[in-house]
Design a binder for this molecule. Sequence first.
Ligand code: OAD
Length: 228
Amino acid sequence: MKKNRVVVFTGAGVSAPSGLATFRDPDGIWARYAIEEVATPQAWAADPEKVCQFYNERRIQLGTVQPNAAHIALAELEESFEVQIVTQNVDDLHERAGSSAVLHLHGELTKVRSDSDPSYLKDIEYSTITTQDRCPKGGQLRPHVVWFGEAVLYFDVALEHFRKSDIVIVAGTSLNVYPAAGLILEAPSQAQRFLVDPGELEIPQSFIHLKGSADVELPRLCEKLKKK
Ligand code: OAD
């Protein structure tokens, strides 16, 4: 029998129980760093050392943390559903938990690419780069992350997944960053919709809000969906 399609849209809150900071909570990353100094093409042009250091620190930290019960529950949901993860997260915790279909709209922390050769992409796992590092053709290596002002990756592919979904789960995102956040409005009207987040968010009424931490609420929701 054909499995129902679940599209899961995740943000930093899903990785928070693993120990990775979110961006816009009071103790979040953007309370400690200015976006325009570390996460824009202008920042890269003005002070690449600082930008490298920012992402090096986050990449090293990523190597020290583990997927939590939220990531694991979503990976296990594949036993009963066709699951597509669409994430704004640059960490690799969905993959490490075992999810087989993950689209990273904002790039991947464990990869670097060439500033000048679009075909050059390299997995560096949890290591660091310096501003001296180059691709074989001489282009400077940069973090494979989407900065503010740059185009989101795989947007059209993600859009198709939302449009074909039977169930949409949105978890751990403040829905502040567009165009990614707009994707959740693209599900068919008959799709079931759930939102997992401990905060108050402005979302369409069609979403059922499960108010709590992702590592508690997502395993609960996944169990319920499997039993239906
Ligand atoms: P935000 O920091 O904007 O939002 C995090 C959300 O997670 C908030 O709604 C919190 O209430 C929620 N949250 C906190 N703890 C949680 C928990 N334990 N369980 C579930 N939810 C929890 O992060 P994002 O929405 O992911 O982009 O941010 C989107 C983008 O903005 C990021 O991908 C990044 C950032 O700037 C770029 O850098 C381009």
